[in-house]
Design a protein around this ligand. Sequence first.
Ligand code: NAD
Length: 477
Amino acid sequence: MLRGVIAELIDKLPAKTHADKDYLACGVLTLRPIRGLFVSTTHRGGLVHITVIGLGHTGLVAAAVFAEAGHQVIGHDIESEKCAIIRRGNSPFHEPGLEDIIGRVVRSGLLVIADNLEESLAQAEVIFLAVGTPAANGDSPNLAEFWSAVGQVVPAAPENAVLAIKSTLPVGITDELISRFKSIWPGEAPVVVVPEFLRQGSAVADFRRPDRVVLGSHSPEALATVRRVYDLFDLPAEVFHECTPMAAELIKHATNCFLATKISFANELANLCGHLGVDYEVIRRGLAADTRIGAGFMHAGLGFGGSCFPKDVAALIETGRMAECRLTLLETALVANRAQVKRVVNLTRDMLGELEGKKILQLGLTYKPGTDDIRGSLSLELAFLLSRAGADLTCYDPAYHPTTVGSDNLFDLTDDPLAAAVGAELILIATDWPQFGDLPWPEIAKSMSAANLLDGRNMLDPHKLTAAGFTYRGIGR
Ligand SMILES: NC(=O)c1ccc[n+]([C@@H]2O[C@H](COP(=O)([O-])OP(=O)(O)OC[C@H]3O[C@@H](n4cnc5c(N)ncnc54)[C@H](O)[C@@H]3O)[C@@H](O)[C@H]2O)c1
């Protein structure tokens, strides 16, 4: 971190060129130009030459924070427009705090975006692979991007470089990778599985201060090299968990499966509360007070979405199936999850009757607050379900601003939720953006033709909303 701070301070000095600034930062250096920037090629104590392949929600955060910590990072992505945005010092997606770091590390030359794969790998000591492993039709991941990337990266990597895998791979795939490249790695393969646990919306803070760093490898030397990357983070020793690649893959999947199961449990309990006439929030707080249960992932809502949880649960179910060890709990968690968003549609029917022609304002489209990511978003799915049921739907999201969604323009988008509320019969909160709590609810209630509010994330205070004139419903309340 100290190097990052020094780089930032030096960046603010009125030095004329990046080379001057690098010189100030590092003492006598060998400088080599990349795209007009000068990059140090000498090793400083603790500095590791890192390459990050795949500059998406995981890889770009890793690249930026590694550079901020003081490593020399070269990034590469096949999307040229994304690379151009990062080179200008900007972030291609919304992630709090990320653009600020990118601006600083690009200016200081600690993060360089290479034109091509070969250039990105030339100096690499550790190559972090963070390409996508997207869900294939809602099931286990599609590994085409991954196999294509390793097929190019492994043969082109410098001889002693370590391949550090950040992409989430189904259990056993890293061992398959190692056996596919046996001829290139005759000894213990220099491959380390370093699963990522960051949460979009707080990715920078999570990456700067991880609660654990799992390192899965068969090679003690490769493990030691990747540990060096984390030396600059000053993390306590107990944060590190060293294991085999398969164990690391399993820790990653088990983590997401546990959290997803907790969410399905919370939703089922909330649904029961709805039938019993008990406020789920009272139950939730009672449960969260038990330290064995904890407060996290106990909120009722639309279910678990996004690009990771559903895919990772499906992948572990598939791992179990292949190992002839059925994972019925996870199967049920997925079934409960798929039903939950439909239950929320039914709640809107409970409040409005048939939805045909009913004017509804939906707040939130992203899969969670703090991001503009709509991959696997249940809020988006909810919008599609309501529109297909005939609702006259308008949606507002603080971060996601397309001109249209989907090919058939099923619903309208607005950047003015107060105007869109006028004459509406229901407001539905789909994503729990905190700023929705600050909306002028009494004024909004007066402007609607019927002041109904369905709080799909249980984020608002029902007493305040009722006092503001709303008929309030939540999930299990
Ligand atoms: N998003 C998260 O919150 C999160 C958290 C933990 C783990 N993960 C895992 O990390 C991996 C990446 O997820 P993401 O959300 O960052 O995906 P993403 O789609 O945002 O980013 C992947 C990037 O890889 C690039 N890419 C694909 N093939 C490439 C190639 N051959 N060379 C260079 N670049 C290439 C793509 O252009 C894209 O920019 C996935 O396996 C995911 O499961 C994601």
